[in-house]
Write a protein that binds this ligand. Structure first.
Ligand code: GLC
Length: 431
């Protein structure tokens, strides 16, 4: 409901390239792509590549091997990029700018779909060849740009709160915190224990990159703030946004969030959590299997804690597979995309990598719930997740968010001043 309202509101804006709500301007009418090929022209069988960010659980090759066994003449070669979302995006942009055929099928962050589609980096896909009704919550729409499909979801992302259950237990605490106040009280109790005096209470992805945009958005949304109002006008300089952002800004000031969190991308923070340097850590579901290996029995997951009266709401994350306009063997690529986004692949990625599926039924499967008891919680997190602003100039918007808010996280500016700066930058960005 919340998402529908937001999309409908944003669609009114000239700045916005709405996905679901704005259905004119179809691009599948046989227009030339930048590669010189025709939209809808999926010809060419043969070897392909699949490109994504670092595979932390190191099980992706196992999935690709399954394809390769069945397609000896159309093998897929795995190209692994860095762990940083920004660097992955840049590598894909560079590939398109040089019109290289090195990248064929790409794992596209939900937040790049509009931008890549607008720049014709991706092929429009035959939407009716994918089972829309099986997709879960808001994820299907993340693959659309002007009502055409450019990338098919294969893994969603909703944030959860990871906590060190071993440390809480030592302090006599059996339930994870439901809100920020409880997080504080619980952390104070843990800090009284010998050996934990200096533990960081809370961390998220707060280095200056896309992850910070996700975390900052969550704070602003949880305070009741928005980046754009229902008419699509920048409206981030509100008391609500300030209240939400203050949780992070005051968190750093008071030492509740350790300074080192300013260097955390997903993996740096996970390392700190596993090493016991931080008690509560906000991260995506992929962390679960890795924690199970590194600190079995010593952690738990819970919904994001409420901020004041507002329940914690995750930023909507996730990855979709799209086909680069410069890919050579597009027929094979399309077959691969269908298989890669299928139930079989999602089930593999859930089991082996704890990636969040995009089909409803996998969240209610009893075997899956047995392996991952948090699945119903995650399903809620994703259903209520808030998309980041869906604008063609997303790269500029996210940079503006990070540039304006970062000084506040570093303690150099108040939340109010940082939000005023952001308001001005957002107003100056036009499509
Ligand atoms: C995860 C999310 C993605 C987000 C990124 C930020 O990969 O799925 O949507 O942009 O984290 O680091």
């Amino acid at each position: 409901m919340r998402i529908k309202k937001l999309l409908a509101g944003l669609a009114l804006s000239g700045l916005v390239i709405s996905m679901a709500a704005c259905s004119s301007g179809g691009s599948s009418g046989g227009a030339s792509t930048a590669s010189g090929g025709k939209d809808g022209d999926f010809s060419g069988h043969g070897p392909i590549t699949y490109v994504q960010g670092k595979d932390n659980a190191a099980k992706m090759q196992g999935l690709l091997d399954k394809w390769n066994e069945k397609h000896p003449d159309e093998k897929v070669k795995y190209i692994e990029l860095s762990t940083s979302a920004d660097e992955q995006r840049q590598a894909m942009i560079n590939n398109a700018q040089t019109k290289s055929d090195a990248f064929c099928v790409e794992s596209v962050d939900v937040v790049w779909v509009g931008e890549f589609a607008a720049h014709r980096m991706l092929m429009p896909l035959p939407k009716d060849q994918f089972p829309e009704d099986k997709f879960f919550g808001p994820v299907w729409q993340t693959g659309l740009y002007r009502d055409n499909m450019y990338a098919v979801p294969f893994s969603s992302d909703g944030a959860m709160l990871y906590y060190r259950s071993d440390f809480l237990k030592e302090a006599g605490i059996t339930e994870p915190p439901k809100n920020w106040d409880e997080m504080k009280t619980q952390c104070e109790a843990v800090r009284k224990l010998p050996g934990h005096e200096n533990i960081g209470c809370y961390g998220g992805q707060l280095a200056k990159y896309e992850g910070a945009t996700c975390n900052i958005s969550e704070a602003i949304n949880a305070g009741g703030g928005v980046f754009f109002d229902k008419d699509g006008k920048a409206k981030v300089n509100s008391a609500e946004a300030e209240k939400g952002l203050d949780y992070l800004v005051e968190g750093f000031k008071s030492g509740f969030i350790p300074k080192e969190a300013l260097t955390y991308k997903e993996e740096e923070g996970r390392a700190a959590f596993e090493a016991g340097r931080v008690l509560f850590y906000r991260n995506w579901p992929y962390q679960y299997v890795l924690n199970e290996k590194a600190i079995p029995g010593k952690f738990g997951v819970a919904p994001l804690p409420a901020m004041g009266d507002h329940p914690g709401a995750s930023t909507l994350g996730g990855h979709n597979v799209g086909i680069s306009s410069y890919c050579k063997n597009k027929a094979t690529a399309l077959d691969f995309v269908k298989w890669f986004s299928s139930e079989e692949s999602q089930q593999y990625l859930l089991k082996e990598e704890s990636l969040a599926p995009v089909y409803d039924k996998l969240y209610t499967d009893p075997e899956n719930i047995k392996q991952y008891p948090y699945l119903p919680t995650l399903a809620e997190s994703i259903k209520n997740a808030v998309p980041r602003p869906q604008v063609a100039k997303y790269g500029d918007v996210t940079a503006a968010i990070q540039d304006a808010i970062y000084p506040a996280l570093q303690g150099e500016k108040s939340s109010k001043d940082a939000l005023e700066d952001l308001q001005k930058k957002l107003e100056s960005l036009k499509d």
